[in-house]
Design a protein around this ligand. Structure first.
Ligand SMILES: *Cc1c(COP(=O)(O)O)cnc(C)c1O
Length: 495
């Protein structure tokens, strides 16, 4: 299957090339030229299978230049017991009869990013071989907290790769920062940027599109690639867990084949919910896709009005991975909803970059309304939802997950829709101990990793093994730059 740019369909590539490049040269996102279909027989055939087998079978539908056995090997390595703390990999936890939580944080860094970033390095490593690439891939990452750590964990010491991570200096939690600056591996680099996530992401995109930097690096034997969710190799492994969740609901008899479920996703860069959208497009029985935002509610407004407008105050919230005003993956959705009209997408993106604002066509707006429902949750309600879940269900959830839990209730109240709801839990509560402690009525005594034990003593919930190991681990990186200095950091790293 071919992949083409959302801004110019004439630029088309194999899956291996698309994964290797990350982003198209014209700034567009590489997107499959056809969405393969799945039917009841396919879903039924996955019901008795492991998560690993489900992953290989689903990904094979999109990756015609990878063999099924190759993908089985990758899945075994990505989702094995040395990486994930449960055999289910992405278990569904029942909250009440009609509400199930899809826990996506059982991997090595305790965030849902592991679901894709344990797989991407293997897809990319194989892609280097398949395309006869001799240069070393340098993965540049802008992170709002979780991607950076998960990407380094996936790429650490992977041959023929290096990885450089930029994070907003005051925009990540202390546990997240500790996770990143203690990362091991000879091929990794980490740097704080003075600014917010959008500044870091804009800086990385600028470096990508700078011909001069590319040439200099090529001369030194490097090419740039991306592990952000603009890379198709990030989105594809995420389709799997929605399909897998449906199979689990079939397997426990909660639903019958064909019964639609709703899916609610705490959203930032629009990658995770886009994966749910593609699963629906493939034929997974999904009713509404509910897009949950925090106070940075640019997507809520967009889904309700058809106007995307990033000209608004930026808020640092307790769900920092959703503190984003430019949701990159929306571009793939617009491409699909416009009937793959690359000119129309190019026009929206040009307006976004010139004015920070665009309005979609009536046709797209109508489709958005049929497919999606957008809502947001402020800080007080996020905290209150964590309190409520712990008190009433004995379920400790992190602030990102709480945003989704809150918005799905808003959706039910407003629409009366009673279909079964699956919502995504995207991080372990232990990554955000201070907010979680306060929400359950405790006063944090200390900061950062010191709070892990306090939360454990208060709740009895097990601390993820790798987070517990952070205590006393030496910091390896302490560099901070202004956003204009990011180019220099990359050139230094790839000396
Ligand atoms: C990255 C992240 C999100 C947002 O996911 P997108 O794919 O960017 O929409 C939500 N929650 C957590 C914990 C994350 O790490």
């Amino acid at each position: 299957m071919k992949y083409y740019s959302t801004r110019d369909k004439a630029l088309s590539y194999s899956a291996a090339e698309a994964i290797k490049m990350g982003l198209s040269r014209d700034g567009g996102l590489l997107t499959p030229c056809r969405i393969p279909g799945i039917d009841a027989a396919f879903l039924q055939s996955l019901v008795g299978e492991s998560y690993q087998e489900r992953a290989a079978r689903v990904m094979a539908l999109f990756l015609s230049d990878y063999s099924l056995d190759e993908l089985r090997n990758f899945a075994a390595r990505a989702y094995g017991p040395d990486k994930f703390d449960t055999d289910a990999v992405a278990p569904l936890r029942k909250v009440d009869e009609d509400t199930y939580c899809l826990e996506l944080w059982h991997g090595p860094t305790s965030a849902f990013k592991d679901m894709a970033l344990q797989m991407l390095p293997q897809l990319l490593s194989a892609a280097l071989g398949k395309t006869g690439e001799e240069k070393t891939a340098c993965i540049l990452v802008a992170t709002s907290g979780d991607t950076g750590k998960a990407a380094m964990e996936g790429f650490a010491d992977v041959e023929q790769t290096k990885i450089m991570v930029f994070y907003p200096k005051d925009g990540v939690s202390e546990v997240q920062q500790a996770q990143m600056v203690t990362q091991e591996g000879a091929n990794v680099g980490v740097c704080a940027v003075v600014g917010n996530f959008d500044d870091a992401q804009t800086g990385v995109k600028r470096i990508f599109s700078d011909e001069q930097i590319r040439d200099t690096l090529a001369g030194r034997g490097y090419f740039l690639s991306s592990a952000n969710s603009i890379n198709w190799g990030r989105i594809l492994p995420q389709l799997v867990y929605y399909i897998s969740a449906y199979c689990d609901l079939l397997s426990c008899g909660r639903i019958t084949m064909g019964e639609p479920i709703n899916i609610c996703v705490p959203t930032g860069n629009f990658g995770n919910i886009l994966a749910a959208y593609y699963a629906k497009r493939m034929g997974l029985p999904v009713g509404k896709l509910i897009c949950a935002s925090n106070c940075n509610n640019v997507l809520t407004d967009f889904l309700r009005t058809g106007v995307y407008d990033r000209n608004r105050p930026f808020h640092n919230t307790m769900s920092p991975s959703m503190d984003i005003l430019i949701s990159s993956n929306l571009e793939r959705l617009l491409f699909d909803l416009s009937g793959e009209d690359d000119g129309e997408v190019r026009d929206y993106m040009a307006r976004l970059s010139a004015d920070g604002r665009y309005q979609v066509s009536d046709a797209i707006r109508e489709k958005l309304g049929e497919l999606f429902w957008g809502g947001f949750c402020d800080e007080a309600d996020t905290a209150e939802t964590m309190t409520h879940y712990y008190r009433d269900y004995g379920y400790l959830i992190d602030p990102h997950t709480a945003v989704a839990a809150n918005v799905l209730e808003q959706y039910r109240k407003e629409t009366g829709d009673k279909a079964l709801m699956v919502f995504a839990s995207t991080a372990s509560p232990y990554k955000f101990c201070d907010h979680v402690l306060r929400a359950i009525g405790q006063t944090p005594a200390g900061e950062g990793v010191e709070l892990l034990d306090q939360l454990h003593e208060a709740t009895g919930v097990a601390i993820p093994r790798r987070l517990a190991a952070l205590k006393g681990k030496a910091s390896r990186f302490d560099q901070t730059v202004e956003k204009t200095g990011m180019d220099g950091v990359v050139l230094d790293f790839l000396k």
